[in-house]
Structures are given as structure tokens and as C-alpha cells.
Design a binder for this molecule. Structure first.
Ligand code: GDP
Ligand code: MG
Length: 297
């Protein structure tokens, strides 16, 4: 199953519509350096999208800025074409003063809304390229403490612009008990600060199985994730993607070990359509309305 992603199992309607046209799905990853963003992206899509790290020495003088890097890959599965774009944001949170780290990220999201708006206003709208950001994975350091002010500031600035999905980075560095407690803590902080994170809706037409699946996925937020693009051998001789410890292996693709599988299922299979809908119907629509009002319409 190497290379198999599963988006071809999207609900039929999307499937039919997209068979011919193909479609875009854009994920953004944000979080401090070293939290495993690049590794997770590679893990998510199996094939390494990232070239090996270049060791560019950073001079002390040159001020670091948040860099925006876009990686795209075309995946085809059962005749369905998906253009998967990942927007990476190296440098976030790396400054001495991080007060405005969120700004270049907000700008990127808004400029993608602008590009879409501009295309919508053209006479010929048959070829609209949708580069709007459909989901933002926000990486929280596995500290076990409350959220940092950087985390809170970022989420408050962005929650009305994008579907925010908080994740606990490198969760293999915490015990299961610590993860459970940390998740509770994070959700309390998020509620306390009035931050809106992505929450899937239930629909009247959902069958019991879908309802349970959605509940199950939502109960995992913030997803405790482990990334690894290396294969390791388990005690019983299986080759798995994972991280080796003296006491054993944490398997990326084992739901008992972390929430990676659940996160991927949600993004690529069960909730891709809804993430795209929320992007268009809520975040983009708000942006468009605000913009038109500001222009005096
Ligand atoms: P980025 O700066 O956020 O893109 O982080 P990278 O993906 O470059 O990862 C930074 C370091 O953390 C690398 O040495 C990775 O091998 C390691 N790493 C990535 N994901 C995990 C994880 O889930 N658990 C652990 N323990 N280490 C990880
Ligand atoms: Mg990186």
C-alpha cells in the first residue's frame, strides 16, 4: 500500500465531479522550527516532497524572516486526480521578538483569497485555479504545559481565515497519560481564549457509522502525532514507519501508538470535502464580504 493515500474514496459526488477536472487541496503547516513539520508532510504523503536539508549557515547579521515555501505533487488514484499543495512556513517563531510571526502567514492566506477573487471576477471563469488554504496544521510543542503566548496569538489571528487544526508535535516524547492531560489542557486554553478550531459538522443525512466516525476523529483533536520517513524493524520482523527507542518502537501507522492515521484519514479521506466547503463558504466568504464593504459596496 505504499503510496496509497485514499482520496479516491471521497464521497461519490466529489468523486464524479473531480474525475475529469482534478482538484486542488492545500494544507499549510505552521509551528516553531524543529517540531517536525517537514517530516510530517513527508510522512503524510509517503513520497518525500522535501529535498534533503541544505546546510546553509545562518549569518548572525541577516535577520531571519518567516519564509513561505510551497510544494506540490500530483497524485492519481483510481482515475481521480488530486493536486496536493503544502505550504510550509520555516522560520515561524524563530525570532527574538515573535510578536508578528503570524503576519506573513496571514498575508499568504489573504493573497490566495485575493487571487481567487480576481479570477472569479474575470469574464471567463472556466479555468479557476484554487490555491486557497484548506487546512492549517498548527504544531504545538510537546511541553505538557499550557499554550505559549505565540500559540495563542497565532490562532487568534488566523482562526477566522482558515480551518485551524492543532496537533501535538513529536508526541512520542510524552507518555500516554501525559498526552491525555495535555490534550485537555490545550482544549481548555483554546476555549478560554475564545479560539475557534475546525470542528466537523453532523448532517441529517449521515448514517450512524458516519456519525460515529466523525465523533471519533473529532475526539482526537488536538491530534498527537509522530512523524518518520524511515522504516524500522519491529521485534516480530515487520518493516514499519516509526521511531526506535531502547524500550521499543513507536509506530506511525498504528492507531494505538499515535493519532497520525486519524489525522490523515480526516484530511485526505473523510473531511477533505468539508474542509474545502468551509474554506469557500465561511472563510473566503467572510473575507470577500469584508473586502467589498471596505471598498464601499
Ligand atoms: P521542522 O523544522 O518543523 O520542519 O522539523 P523537521 O521535520 O525538520 O524535524 C526536526 C527534527 O525532529 C528532525 O531530526 C526529525 O527527525 C525530528 N522529528 C520529526 N518528527 C518527529 C517526531 O514525531 N518525533 C520525534 N521524536 N522526532 C521527530
Ligand atoms: Mg521544515
Amino acid at each position: 500500500l505504499q503510496g496509497y493515500v485514499g482520496f479516491a474514496n471521497l464521497p461519490n459526488q466529489v468523486h464524479r465531479k473531480s474525475v475529469k477536472k482534478g482538484f486542488n487541496f492545500t494544507i499549510m503547516v505552521v509551528g516553531e522550527s524543529g517540531l517536525g513539520k517537514s517530516t510530517l508532510v513527508n510522512t503524510l504523503f509517503n513520497a518525500p516532497l522535501y529535498p534533503p536539508k541544505e546546510h546553509v549557515p545562518l549569518s548572525e547579521e541577516s535577520p531571519k524572516t518567516v519564509d513561505i515555501q510551497v510544494l506540490s505533487t500530483d497524485i492519481e488514484e483510481n482515475g481521480v486526480r488530486l493536486k496536493l499543495n503544502v505550504v510550509d512556513t520555516p522560520g515561524f517563531g524563530d525570532f527574538i521578538n515573535n510578536e508578528e510571526s503570524w503576519k506573513p502567514i496571514l498575508q499568504t492566506i489573504e493573497s490566495r483569497f485575493d487571487a481567487y477573487l480576481e479570477q472569479e471576477n474575470r469574464v471567463n471563469r472556466s479555468k479557476i485555479t484554487d490555491t486557497r488554504v484548506n487546512a492549517c496544521l498548527y504544531f504545538i510543542a510537546p511541553t505538557g504545559h499550557s499554550l505559549k503566548s505565540l500559540d495563542i496569538e497565532f490562532m487568534k489571528r488566523l482562526h477566522n481565515k482558515v480551518n485551524l487544526i492543532p496537533v501535538i508535535a513529536k508526541s512520542d516524547t510524552m507518555t500516554n497519560e501525559e498526552i491525555v492531560a495535555f490534550k485537555e489542557r490545550i482544549l481548555l486554553d483554546i476555549a478560554h481564549h475564545g479560539i475557534k478550531i475546525y470542528h466537523a459538522l453532523h448532517y441529517d443525512c449521515d448514517d450512524a457509522e458516519t456519525v460515529n466516525e466523525t465523533k471519533d476523529v473529532m475526539s482526537k483533536i488536538p491530534f498527537a502525532i509522530v512523524g518518520s520517513d524511515k522504516l524500522v524493524e519491529t521485534a516480530d520482523g515487520r518493516q514499519v514507519r516509526g521511531r526506535q527507542y531502547p524500550w521499543g518502537i513507536i509506530e506511525v501507522d498504528n492507531e494505538e501508538h499515535c493519532d497520525f492515521v486519524k489525522l490523515r484519514q480526516m484530511l485526505i479521506r473523510t473531511h477533505m470535502e468539508e474542509l474545502k466547503e468551509f474554506t469557500n463558504d465561511i472563510h473566503y466568504e467572510n473575507y470577500r464580504t469584508e473586502k467589498l464593504i471596505a471598498m464601499g459596496f
